[in-house]
Design a protein around this ligand. Structure first.
Ligand code: IMP
Length: 425
């Protein structure tokens, strides 16, 4: 039996992790978010009802499952409180099941302002961030001047820290960006009110997770974004500001690296990306438009249209390696149902694996073509029912990446899956 299972994205995010986490939580005792922030948008469709979660682990929709936000997550209190209240308004019990690490950095209003001002200044070179203050909050963490959730709970300590850090950021806002500085009192009073709301949910998450392990409970570690947005292994600088790869399931929660039993890598059957940056297999033709339309490819957080392209097996293989993927889950296979021919990139020619945005931009993808099946796979739950050419496509993904496909998702609903190997068993 697996005690801790990591679910993460192998592309540029939006691979459909939320649905898979929700599915697997049926057999989990606790679900943990360990990196990223409310830049993530995890869409769940249950009985045709859509819920988008940004910060709260996807396990929240299963009664009795405990949900943890680990130290590696950057938390914007306004967004978190809104999400809690929205879920509670629709009858989900949140406050008795959600635990927030006191060591998690807080996204403060100046982080959001700086994120947006910087993007404006960059103009055409903008990263296309979600504008939520994620990068500046992680910078403050690494610079050792960040405010953590635990600091919010101590008014005097908060006053001290905020006085110093706000003076620093206001200087940059005023003199580098020529924008309005933030007023201390407003930021401070808001933070105190938020702290009152969150206080009862704040705890030693690492300690609780180890207690779960001692009880032989099962943990599901829910990644956000995807491998190619990783601050080290992604298409730098067009990346997010956290490690999205499997190592951060340990550092962002306090589990030991040896306590992770299984890594499930989620990949779409094609590729999408939101925001700027290189994307070798991007399509600008009718096939791209068809993927966008059939896949309903709009960002869950910002509503921006996603760029679409063919599956990139070279990048996927690298993602399998850097994450130590145990098994893959291929999502949105049904989106390919109408295509006569399906392509997958199987080589970057004689170019070495790119290590900078410039090298990524030079990639000339070489494709292999596969026959489409042109019949509906929507909602299929048995491998035996898949058309032969869909089976061949899956077999090629396995053979190229060296990772077995353990799950296939054939539609947005919780029940539309082919489960070949249960990651939780
Ligand atoms: P940031 O994380 O807001 O700083 O944005 C940095 C880059 O990551 C941008 O290209 C965003 O579009 C992208 N990004 C951040 N979060 C997600 C996500 O959850 N899904 C897909 N892309 C994301």
């Amino acid at each position: 039996m697996k005690k801790s299972v990591v679910v993460l994205g192998t592309q540029w995010g939006d691979e459909g992790k939320g649905k898979i986490v929700d599915l697997l939580t049926e057999r989990a005792d606790a679900v943990v978010r360990y990196q990223g922030g409310h830049n993530a948008g995890h869409t769940l469709i249950i009985n045709e009802q859509k819920t988008v979660l940004h910060l709260i682990p996807s396990g929240i929709l299963r009664d009795g499952v405990k949900c943890y936000i680990g130290n590696g997550v950057v938390i914007e209190p306004t967004a978190l409180i809104k999400e809690i209240k929205n879920l509670e308004a629709s009858g989900v019990d949140v406050q008795s099941r959600l635990y927030i690490s006191k060591a998690a950095p807080v996204i403060m209003p100046y982080h959001i302002k700086l994120d947006q001002l910087r993007e404006l200044k960059k103009g055409k070179q903008a990263i296309g961030t979600t504008g939520r203050g994620i990068g500046p909050a992680y910078e403050d963490k690494v610079a050792r001047r960040g405010i953590r959730i635990g600091d919010l709970l101590d008014p005097e300590l908060l006053k001290d820290k905020l006085t110093q850090v706000l003076a620093y950021h206001n200087f940059v806002i005023e003199h580098f960006h020529q924008a309005e500085p933030l007023a201390f009192d407003e930021v401070y009073q808001t933070a105190l009110q938020q702290a009152d709301f969150l206080r009862g949910m704040c705890s030693d998450v690492t300690g609780q997770l180890h207690q779960h392990l001692a009880n032989e409970d099962r943990l599901l570690m829910e990644g956000a974004q995807g491998t190619l947005l990783d601050i080290d292994h992604g298409t730098y600088p067009f990346v997010t500001s956290s490690n999205t790869t499997s190592g951060s399931a340990a550092t962002g929660s306090g589990l030991g690296a040896t306590q992770i039993d299984y890594v499930l890598g989620i990949t779409k059957a094609y590729t999408t990306r939101v925001g700027g940056g290189p994307f070798p297999t991007e399509l600008f033709d009718d096939d791209g438009a068809e993927l966008a339309k059939r896949g309903v490819e709009f960002g869950a957080t910002t509503g921006r249209p996603r760029r679409c392209g063919w599956l990139d097996l070279v990048a996927l293989k690298r993602a399998v390696q850097v994450n130590g993927v145990t098994g893959l889950c291929v999502t949105k296979l049904d989106v390919l149902d109408t295509f006569e021919t399906i392509k997958m990139c199987t080589s970057y020619g004689d170019q070495a694996f790119p290590e900078s945005a410039q090298e990524w931009a030079q990639v000339k993808p070489i494709y292999e073509e596969f026959a489409g099946w042109q019949s509906s796979t929507k909602g299929l739950t048995e491998m035996a029912d898949l058309p032969a050419s869909a089976k061949a496509l899956i077999a090629h993904i396995e053979q190229f990446t060296g990772a077995p496909v353990h799950m296939i998702s054939t539609g947005p609903d919780r029940c539309e899956n082919i489960l070949l190997v249960d990651p939780m068993q």
